[in-house]
Every structure is written in C-alpha cells, then in structure tokens.
Design a protein around this ligand. Sequence first.
Ligand code: HEC
Length: 265
Amino acid sequence: MKKLVSILILSVLTASCQEYYQKPKSKKVVAKTSQKQENITTQQDGQSLFKQYCMSCHLAVPDPSKRDKMLAPPMVRVVQHYKGTYTDKKDFVKAVVNWVNKPSEDAVLMPGAVRKFGLMPPMPIGQEKLEQIAGYIYDSDFGHFGSMKHQSKGSLQLNNGKKYKLDKHDVAQVHKAVSLLQNADMKDVEGYRQTGKKVFDAARNILLNKKYEGKTLQQIQLFFHNIEDDMHHLMSVKTKTEGEKYRKLVLNKILKFDNYFSAVE
Ligand code: HEC
C-alpha cells in the first residue's frame, strides 16, 4: 500500500512536472503565431496607410505619362536617397518619421526635389501610423531606377570659357568642406560621418539658394549629382576603412569645384 501511494505521488509529480514543462512550450507557440499575425497586419496597415496618406503626391515609380502632373519625387527615388544615408531600418524609420512630422530645409536629403516641387507640407498623423508607413517603405521593393547620377542630362562645362559666379559664402563653405576632407585618418567612424554631413550641408545650401537659376543652377546640380551617392555613403559609413574610401572619393570630386565655380567679387 505504501508503495502504491508513493507511486501515485510520483506519477502525480511527474504529471505536473510534464505540465509545467509543456506550458511554456505551448505559450511560446501561441506567442510566435500572434507575432507573425502582427507582422502581417503591420505590413498591410503600412501599405494601406501609405496609399492613403502619401500616394496622393508620391507615385511608387516614375510614370512617363504623368511626368507633367508629378507633385513629388517618386518613392523609388526617395528610398534611394534615404537607404543610401540610413542603412539600418531603425535609423531609416526615425529619419522618415521626423521628416514627415516636420519637413525642413535643414534636414532635406533631396534639395533638387525641393527646388522642383517646393518643400513637402508637414503631416503629423501620429507616431504609430508614421512608423508603420516608414517600416513599410523600408521593407518594400520599389525597384531600381539606375544610379542617381543618371537623372540629370548634359555635361559640366564652363560658361563661354568663364567660371560660374556664386555667392562668396557658398564658395567659402565648399572650401571649408574641402579642408575638412583633407584631414585623413579621422579618429573614429563618427568623425567621417560628421564630415560627410558638413560636406552635404555645404552642397545643400548651394542647391537650395534661390539666386541660382537657369544654366548656373543646371551646372551646380550636375556637379553635385556626381558626388551625391558618395556623400550619402560618407554620412553613414560603418568602418574607418569605408570612411577613408569615401573621404577620398568625395575629396577628389569636390576639388574640381574651383574649375567651374568662383565667388563674385
Ligand atoms: C501634398 C503632397 C505630399 C504628400 C501628401 C506627401 N509628400 Fe512627401 N514630399 C512631397 C514633396 C513635394 C517632396 C519633395 C520636396 C521635399 O523634399 O520637401 C517630398 C519629399 C519626401 C521625402 C524626401 C525628403 C527629403 O529629405 O528630401 C520623404 C521621405 C517623404 N516625402 C515622405 C513622405 C511620406 C512618408 C508621406 C506620407 C505620410 C508623404 N511624403 C506625403 C510632397 C508630399
């Protein structure tokens, strides 16, 4: 009898033990499925929110039949600029959310688009919705439409043998950027990124300066489009080796600035 009782107790114990060990297992399975469902809903929500809030102005990809009616750059181009600068999803989402909440000339990555379409109006539709939209944009494949360089036509040339005249301040900023870039072997990755940002700031100010029009503006755009990809890379390098590579690339290209542009006396 004693033996039977102990067997009984033992089996009860093992049973509860089994139950104990099984529980978290089944819980895990449940958690996994609901997370999966959550991902799917986020994806769908992101897409429908994007259609609802963004597609009235942004097409996904360029459509030649709507060329004259375009209100904003196609998303594929926006993504090219943003992924070139913010490679991690977290940084990308943060940048897009910040942008949509408060577009400003200081934060713009596409100064050419601002000149063409005007600054985007702010759309503070709530953090959660914006994060869903930005996450959807990051995960979506809008395709590849060649390098950013191919967007502009023509080649760099002098103005009847003379350089284009720009504001003193603008030229000085480029020269400052050059001297920053000449500083080889920066202390850390952040040093390269900050240099990239300062160089891009100089370029952006020139590209946004409303005094420049016509042929001058076209030449300015051509000059900086040629450096754009490398500037974006320098702003987001992950290693010092990468930093050195893009520092040299940007420096070699931006050094040609004085061949085409000079300050007004
Ligand atoms: C009323 C029209 C309009 C709507 C709606 C709109 N945009 Fe824009 N957006 C623009 C224009 C114009 C530009 C280009 C000029 C600029 O960069 O400000 C732009 C540029 C951008 C850029 C690039 C900014 C940069 O750094 O140059 C991002 C990112 C962007 N839009 C995201 C969004 C998202 C996400 C939505 C939806 C929540 C959205 N936009 C809705 C007009 C719009």
